[in-house]
Design a binder for this molecule. Structure first.
Ligand code: PLP
Length: 438
């Protein structure tokens, strides 16, 4: 068990830390995008982690000649589906080519389309939004909870109208949104709950893995994710007929298991990706345990520093996937030192960090929907103009302005690296008066 560190011990250590803040120049600090993203450092574990077992898994598929799940005798995608369903305590899994296509498949299976509204949080990757608009449904943003950075269930309730077909909470950073409140909300309002669990493999709500609180949960195995094959995705569900609908939607041809809505696509995972995922899966729990321990320790240390507030876990969260480590940076506690400067200083100490998401609801590629001719025709110009007003999320705007993220790879480093990170931040805070002028 990690030793607790008292505030005095930790801050005392920080004061004595020998740092090169502002004194050395590093490649990380000089990269052009340094204002928002600092480079990964040598102290960050390389990602992805692989060895000869992954190579063998890929070469075996290559030599078999069975490269896709529709090839006669192909087994890897099916094997992965069974393994992922079992690991996540779900009855059914349909593997897909990405997290986006997992979401598209779920929307397709539910026949969500023009005229339907889907409520989602603004604090998410644009892919959650894209999956809704690719289905020609109307995305409606519900503001963020200030403590957890997750969708605020009260705001989600207020965003529901008679046109709302689905509620799409996103377990951002791999930490579950409040599934008690959101499940109850979906039930009482008669709408479908879909979990965007793309960042949340192994995350748990009340000791049960996420993904099956509603009709389905969607996962991503894109390159940065905690479980990755470069690209890939999966849908989990406990409903057999819904699993059949998803299966049929995601693959054209072959014997159909369900009644079609006349829609479909090819969103299949390949046998190569499945073989790699099976091999990567053997490391997932060990890596997750390390992230659990390091995140808990880092949180304990960071909470002792004035102006640093780690994102809280919602009350029923019994495990985060820690895809990101997020905290709020209050510049007023750092003598007004700008967040971008703070991140540059971290980069000089080989601590890669970023400012995270910008406000999705204000992004030009999102607000463009209001003037999209298809949307204007489908929903009417007035609805689309009002849509911009409907999507105001002031709490989220504040979080976007204050957030700092570490990537999941940081949490695979050593315990002493957690101490070093906290110590560097504590030193920046103590010396902020002088650093703000440098
Ligand atoms: C919250 C969220 N939703 C959806 C996606 C889409 O997944 P993919 O990139 O595999 O399509 C991602 C991936 O980055 C994500 O982070």
């Amino acid at each position: 068990m990690p030793r607790p560190v008292s505030r005095r011990t930790f801050l005392g250590r920080a004061a004595g830390a020998s740092l090169t803040l502002g004194l050395t120049r590093s490649a990380a600090a000089e990269q052009p995008s340094g204002a928002t993203t600092a480079a990964a450092s040598k102290t960050t574990t390389d990602w992805p982690v692989w060895d000869h077992r992954d190579e063998t898994a890929l070469i075996d598929v290559f030599r078999s000649g069975r490269w896709g799940r529709t090839a006669g005798g192909a087994t890897k995608v099916k094997e992965f589906e069974a393994a992922w369903a079992q690991r996540m305590k779900a009855r059914y899994c349909v593997a897909t080519s990405s997290g986006t296509t997992a979401l598209l498949t779920v929307f397709g299976a539910l026949n969500i389309g023009p005229g339907d509204e889907v409520v989602l949080p603004p604090y998410t990757f644009v892919a959650s939004f894209n999956a809704i608009t690719t289905s020609y449904a109307l995305p409606v943003f519900a503001d963020t909870d200030a403590a957890t950075f997750q969708i605020d269930p009260a705001k989600a309730a207020a965003a529901i109208t008679t046109a709302t077909k689905a509620l799409l909470p996103v377990h951002i950073a791999g930490s579950p949104a409040d599934l008690d409140a959101l499940s109850a909300l979906a039930k009482t309002r008669g709408i479908t709950l879909i979990e965007d669990a793309c960042q949340a493999p192994l995350a748990e709500w009340r000791e049960h893995p996420v993904g099956t609180a509603g009709i389905a949960g969607c996962f991503s195995f894109q390159a940065s994710k905690n479980l990755t094959a470069g690209e890939g995705g999966a849908i989990l569900t406990n409903d057999e007929s819904f699993a059949n609908l998803c299966f049929d939607f995601h693959t054209p041809g072959g014997a159909k298991k369900s009644l079609s809505s006349g829609r479909g696509a090819n969103f299949r995972l390949t046998e190569f990706q499945a073989a790699l995922l099976l091999s990567q899966l053997t490391r997932l729990e060990v890596q997750a345990k390390l992230r659990d321990v390091n995140a808990a320790y880092l949180g304990e240390l960071l909470r002792q520093i004035p102006g640093i507030t780690p994102a809280a876990l919602a009350a029923g969260c019994t495990r985060s996937a820690w895809h990101l480590y997020m905290f709020r940076y209050d510049a007023t506690q750092f003598s007004g030192l700008a967040r971008t400067k703070f991140i540059q200083l971290l980069a000089k100490e080989r601590i890669g960090a970023s400012t995270g998401y910008t406000s999705l609801n204000h992004a030009s590629h999102v607000t463009a929907l209001a003037t999209n001719p298809h949307y204007q025709r489908l929903y009417g110009k007035t609805v689309m103009t009002n849509w911009l007003e409907r999507n105001q999320c002031p709490v989220n705007d504040r979080i976007v302005a204050e957030a700092v993220w570490f990537p999941q790879t940081k949490l695979l480093a050593s315990r002493s690296e957690m101490e070093r990170i906290a110590s560097v931040i504590a030193t920046i805070q103590k010396r902020s008066g002088e650093l703000v002028r440098s």
